[in-house]
Design a protein. Structure first.
Length: 183
């Protein structure tokens, strides 16, 4: 079993957090919060890489739009507006590409998590139970439109969660979704 270690230290106004095999992250204490990073200009996403059990696939935007669509209306705390997004439910997307939720995968679902990443390298985590409709009331979708129109500067794809009070785990310019197991 791999062990991760955590060791914070401070040196001349620079905070360094070392995360064992995961790498090193440095942050100047005077920098803006992480949420500012989510709004940094970036190259718009045009495709999605989906990896389940080490098998990667790249569904096209057209393939995502051809799947059953879910529409959610959410309050965007950043824009202070109600926004309506349409796209494929993330649980359904995972089921189609190798992670169906049924009796045979239920235990694995409870021990698995999702890393969703944007083109700007902003990434977030979800447990698989948070995106599975049979387990959770909120909706997490891979949106392809907002208000019936393309997403614009948010790229071709955006991860949107109707269950979160703030859009901190939304990922604009979504480029990759990876399912991992904590076993």
């Amino acid at each position: 079993m791999k062990r991760a270690w955590f060791f914070p230290c401070c040196l001349a106004g620079l905070s360094v957090v070392m995360l064992g095999p995961l790498g090193v992250r440095a942050q100047d204490q005077t920098m803006a919060p992480m949420t500012e990073h989510a709004h940094a200009p970036t190259v718009p996403s045009t495709s999605l890489t989906l990896a389940v059990d080490g098998k990667a696939t790249t569904p096209t935007v057209a393939e995502l739009e051809a799947m059953p669509q879910k529409t959610v209306t959410v309050h965007n705390e950043h824009t202070k507006l109600e926004e309506t997004y349409s796209g494929v439910a993330l649980g359904e997307l995972l089921a189609k590409y190798g992670f169906p939720v049924d009796k045979t995968t239920h235990r694995k679902m409870l021990r698995s998590y999702i890393v969703a990443e944007g083109m700007d390298k902003y990434w977030v985590l979800y447990s698989v139970t948070e995106v599975e409709a049979s387990e959770h009331n909120g909706d997490v979708i891979v949106a392809t439109s907002m208000g019936g129109k393309p997403l614009g500067e948010d790229g071709a794809l955006k991860l949107v969660d109707s269950g979160d009070k703030r859009p901190e785990r939304w990922v604009r310019n979504l480029s990759a979704i990876t399912v991992k197991s904590a076993e």
